[in-house]
Structure formats: structure tokens, C-alpha cells
Design a protein around this ligand. Structure first.
Ligand SMILES: Nc1ncnc2c1ncn2[C@@H]1O[C@H](COP(=O)(O)OP(=O)(O)O)[C@@H](O)[C@H]1O
Ligand SMILES: [Mg+2]
Length: 221
């Protein structure tokens, strides 16, 4: 199997008013194409920070992150954006849907950024896959938390990314709804043989993954 993700000796700190906060400490691991990996750990252990480094949304303080053989840190801003749009799907903890766009338009957006001529048609298919065909024209403000999460999943998957990164939702939706939707994500990933790196609190979801990485105070346990 070929490697899709390679993390080498990665550390991350934040300089805050109260001094330096060491969040991730010397992490090394790799993920093969088609693998599903759960990242688990207590709140504040650095899971979301790690995911943002894997997505190239933030840079490590030390070490390297390579996705599909490309070192993220050496890329310029526009190259990185194009790379991300092509190779990565990201489901954020807070979804980050565009408030002024309908569910369908939100899902079509990454395809339109790639100038896909069949963007709306494919977006409609993705909306159907997450069971929201009848909500196509709703704005995010008219959707429940669980529905917003499903739209976020459809948007991440519609480009069929090589690597899907997902952070389990916090706050706005209840645990049961969140779990149901994450199971849906899991089914979709199995069906298209995508690589999934999933931050989760659910033992059940973690157990369904091929592998589990546990973060304890910013280190791999
Ligand atoms: N931009 C930032 N500036 C300062 N501290 C941060 C920043 N982002 C995250 N942190 C801190 O890093 C630690 C890990 O955060 P996070 O990765 O969100 O943890 P988790 O997702 O595991 O709950 C927390 O103590 C958090 O307050
Ligand atoms: Mg988090």
C-alpha cells in the first residue's frame, strides 16, 4: 500500500501572553492510502491542532507534514490552496458553511472552484447521499446542527479527495445526532475507499477504524 500521509518529528507551540504553550510534541506517524485512522485523546490534548497541521491550515513549529508526497510547508499560499482543494476534504468541528449559500450551493462550491461543469449535478448527488435531497435550497440558518454537519460532510466528499480529515462536532449538536452522522461518514468512506483521519470521542467509531492514535498531553501514547 502506498503512503498518503507522513508526519515526521512534528512539534507545535503557541506563544501566548502567558508564555509558550507546547501543544504537540515530536509526533511521527504515517497513514497508507485507504486506511481509516482515529485520533483520540482528552479535550485539550491537541487533536484539532494536529488536524489543522495535516490540512496545511497552520504550520508546524518543527518537523514536516507530507500529503501525497508533497511537503505542505514548502508550498506557497495559492499552490497550497489549490492542493488542498484537489487532495483534501475537511469536515471542521464548527462546520464553517457559507451562511449566504444554500445547502446545495455550499456543496457545489468546491467543484465550482475547480471549474467543474457538472458542479450542481454532482452536488445534488452528494446531498442525496447524506439524505438531504429535500433541503437543497435551505440556508444553513434553516438547518439543524445535524443537518449542517451532513452538508459539511457532503461538501468535503464531493470532490472525492484522496484524504478526508474530520473533526467530531462540538457544542452545537447532541452526541446521538453527531454519532449517527459520523457513522454515515464512515459508510461513505468505506464505499469509495477513501483515506480517513477522524478525531473522535466515540470508542465505537474509533474501534471501527483500522488504527487508533492516542494523544496524551501532545504526545502519541
Ligand atoms: N491558536 C492558538 N493559540 C493558543 N493556544 C491554542 C491555539 N490553538 C489551540 N491552543 C491550545 O492548544 C491546546 C490544544 O487544543 P486543541 O488542539 O483544540 O485540543 P483538542 O482538539 O484535543 O481539544 C489547548 O490548550 C488550546 O487552548
Ligand atoms: Mg478539538
Amino acid at each position: 500500500m502506498s503512503e498518503i500521509l507522513c508526519v515526521e518529528e512534528v512539534s507545535k507551540h503557541f506563544d501566548t501572553g502567558a508564555g509558550r504553550l507546547e501543544v504537540l510534541n515530536d509526533l511521527s506517524f504515517s497513514v497508507d492510502r485507504g486506511e481509516t485512522v482515529a485520533i483520540v485523546g482528552e479535550s485539550g490534548s491537541g487533536k484539532s491542532t494536529l488536524l489543522s497541521l495535516l490540512a496545511g491550515l497552520d504550520a508546524p513549529s518543527r518537523g514536516t507534514v507530507r500529503v501525497a508526497g508533497c511537503e505542505l510547508e514548502t508550498m506557497g499560499e495559492s499552490e497550497l490552496a489549490a492542493f488542498r482543494a484537489r487532495e483534501l476534504g475537511i469536515v471542521f468541528q464548527q462546520f464553517h458553511l457559507m451562511a449566504g449559500l444554500s445547502a446545495l450551493e455550499n456543496i457545489a462550491l468546491p467543484l465550482e472552484l475547480q471549474n467543474a461543469s457538472d458542479a450542481l449535478e454532482r452536488a445534488r448527488g452528494a446531498l442525496e447521499q447524506v439524505g438531504l435531497a429535500d433541503r437543497a435550497n435551505h440556508l444553513p440558518s434553516r438547518l439543524s446542527g445535524g443537518e449542517c454537519q451532513r452538508v459539511a460532510i457532503a461538501r468535503a466528499m464531493v470532490v472525492e479527495p484522496a484524504l478526508l480529515l474530520a473533526d467530531e462536532p462540538s457544542g452545537s449538536i447532541d452526541v446521538r445526532t453527531g454519532r449517527t452522522v459520523m457513522n454515515l461518514l464512515f459508510d461513505l468512506v468505506q464505499r469509495v475507499e477513501m483515506t480517513l483521519v477522524l478525531v473522535t470521542h466515540s470508542q465505537e467509531l474509533a474501534a471501527a477504524c483500522d488504527r487508533r492514535l492516542e494523544l496524551v498531553s501532545g504526545r502519541l501514547a
